[in-house]
Design a protein around this ligand. Structure first.
Ligand SMILES: [Zn+2]
Ligand SMILES: [Zn+2]
Length: 289
């Protein structure tokens, strides 16, 4: 083994111990595993790894490796006795392992001799409440439930779980199903009425073309104002609801126009209705952001 690898292994063991003390068993395990990969004859690394895995059978295997490499290691011997005792009691996973191991071994290794309260609280095996297979030392600063790295969202006041994050959004962005329903129905009626008006406008020579195009953004804006008065909500859910309502409301006349077109109807009317529908929906969706 070259010197640089030996130095890397020492570094990994140090980082593993620091992570274990901080309660980040996931990082600790990653570091110790890498260390034993690089140097499978390192008793310190195996001992560290044994301390951060929750499964007793795994602990036992690693502790046996420590003792094979270093038969005089009292800490490993005491821990092994304790683990075997727990297995004899029928347990498969270590119960808030650290404190009891420390008591059993009476040892003062850096990994085991940290101050009592933070370590026992942090090293207790916890799993992300969204991902029960992911062990984690992180907790939501608001509800204190354990969360994994991919669930945690960092905010200026600390990491939040997805639920608390959602609840912290400003109230106007928390739309419920009833608000979405109101938004959708308003859009539907606005577009139905609007399409009749546009059809009428488009029949006026010259000026009608211009008016029909103006009606798109206008109907969109008007719909948003009404929806805002009724619900005081905006955001993605409302965009989807109002947008869908508008599009559906504009479709009947447009469909009618397309059918009329097939039998030789008015091309201009269909074009205007299509443009009006598009402009109206885009305006409303953009305004509800
Ligand atoms: Zn939370
Ligand atoms: Zn998670």
């Amino acid at each position: 083994m070259t010197e640089s690898i030996a130095a890397e292994v020492q570094q990994l063991i140090m980082e593993g111990r620091a992570a274990a003390l901080a309660g980040d068993t996931f990082t600790a395990r990653t570091r110790f595993r890498r260390a034993v990969e690089l140097d499978s004859d390192n008793a310190e690394a195996w001992l560290g790894l044994s301390g951060v895995v929750p499964i007793l059978a795994e602990k036992r295997e690693y502790l046996q490796r420590v003792l094979a490499l270093d038969p005089a290691n009292a800490e490993a011997a005491a821990s092994l006795t304790y683990v075997e005792q727990l297995q004899a009691e029928g347990l498969q996973i270590a119960p808030s392992q650290r404190r009891q191991e420390r008591r059993a071994s009476g040892d003062a290794s850096p990994l085991l001799a940290a101050p009592d309260p933070p370590v026992t609280a942090a090293v207790e095996v916890t799993y992300c409440y969204n991902h029960p297979d992911r062990e984690t030392g992180l907790r939501c600063v608001q509800c204190n439930r354990p969360i994994c790295g991919s669930c945690a969202q960092i905010t200026p006041t600390g990491q939040l779980c997805p639920q608390c994050r959602k609840a912290r959004r400003p109230p106007q962005y928390q739309a419920e199903a009833s608000h979405m329903l109101i938004g959708g129905i308003t859009g539907l009626f606005a577009a139905l009425l609007g399409s009749i008006v546009v059809l009428f406008l488009s029949s006026i020579p010259f000026l009608g073309l211009f008016l029909a195009l103006m009606a798109g953004p206008l109907t969109g804006e008007l719909t948003v104002r009404i929806v805002e008065q009724l619900t005081r909500k905006r955001g993605r859910a409302m965009q989807a609801a109002v947008g869908t309502g508008l599009a559906l409301g504009g479709l009947p006349l447009l469909g009618f126009g397309v059918m009329a077109l097939l039998v030789g109807g008015a091309f201009l009317q269909v074009l205007l209705l299509g443009l009006w529908l598009t402009l109206m929906t885009i305006t409303a969706v953009a305004r509800l952001r």
